[in-house]
Design a protein around this ligand. Structure first.
Ligand SMILES: Nc1ncnc2c1ncn2[C@@H]1O[C@H](COP(=O)(O)OP(=O)(O)OP(=O)(O)O)[C@@H](O)[C@H]1O
Length: 253
């Protein structure tokens, strides 16, 4: 088991700390969703955990090795990330983008082994985008592009996968497919996947654990424990939306 540990972490920007003294561990084999309202700090947390944003204070380690000591290539073998906005050359084909996931292993020389190519092809199939592999990114719908970035992250084959709102542009069929794929990767390949989402019902039904940012508080526990603690009973500040514990669903009154 590989452990990603956050100690006394503060996150935020120059003149604004969003959360302080965060302490948690996430482990391989576990699917965790990161929930919270718009603007609360989910992306900021994911970017800080990915080393893309400076932390205000605290430390982050993988199996007790501080991530500040990792080379870029070594970190890229441990953590893959998909953000909501990726700067990418849209002239690349789907295959070419997905192939970039193997870069940390090819010494940036771009020479793929047979095993690399097999992994790419199997993952394109698992993520149901094989049929798009020769299309240019500029010719994809938002949902297809999103699935392509997620496929690149899976091809990177890291123990930790961080995804910022991976289901935003997906229709219900592809949302369910994606969440089930993430769950399968955690079970079969022992990945640790942390993803932010506003798809609360799906997250509650499929995630092992939940991280929740709410009212300056940070919650991290199993989905079942958080539901039983009543955390979702008062999730929205309105009487129009209630939480049905049995069905793990929000209902509109
Ligand atoms: N580069 C930045 N500089 C200063 N403040 C920022 C910056 N990026 C985001 N913020 C602010 O930090 C807060 C948290 O933003 P963040 O994007 O992490 O929220 P989020 O939970 O991911 O929201 P959403 O669900 O809307 O995507 C917001 O108030 C946002 O305006």
């Amino acid at each position: 088991m590989t452990v990603f540990k956050v100690e006394d972490l503060s996150i935020g920007y120059k003149d604004k700390t969003l959360f302080s003294n965060l302490n948690f561990e996430i482990k391989t084999g576990i699917l965790t969703s990161l929930l919270g309202s718009n603007g609360i700090g989910k992306s900021t947390l994911l970017k800080t955990m990915s080393g893309l944003l400076d932390k205000t204070s605290g430390s982050i380690s993988i199996d007790n090795n501080n991530i500040d000591t990792f080379s870029i290539a070594d970190f890229a073998k441990m953590v893959s990330v998909v953000l909501t906005h990726e700067n990418v050359n849209k002239d690349l084909t789907v295959y070419e983008l997905v192939k970039l996931g193997r870069q940390p292993y090819t010494n940036w020389l771009d020479k793929l082994t047979e095993a690399d190519e097999n992994l790419i092809n199997v993952t394109l199939q698992d993520c149901e985008i094989s049929n798009l592999k020769d299309r240019k990114l500029s010719q994809l719908s938002d949902g297809q592009l999103q699935r392509t970035f997620i496929t690149r992250a899976v091809v990177q084959d890291t123990p930790f996968i961080f995804l910022d709102e991976p289901s935003t542009h997906l229709d219900l069929y592809h949302k369910v497919k994606l969440f089930k794929l993430l769950k399968k990767l955690c079970i079969d390949k022992k990945k640790c996947i942390l993803f932010s989402t506003h798809d609360l019902d799906l997250a509650l039904q499929l995630s092992d654990d939940i991280m929740l940012l709410k009212d300056e508080k940070f919650y991290h526990n199993t989905t079942t424990n958080l539901i039983n603690q009543g955390v979702f009973d008062r999730f929205f500040d309105t009487d129009d939306i209630v939480f049905d514990k049995e069905r793990k669903q929000f209902l509109i009154l």
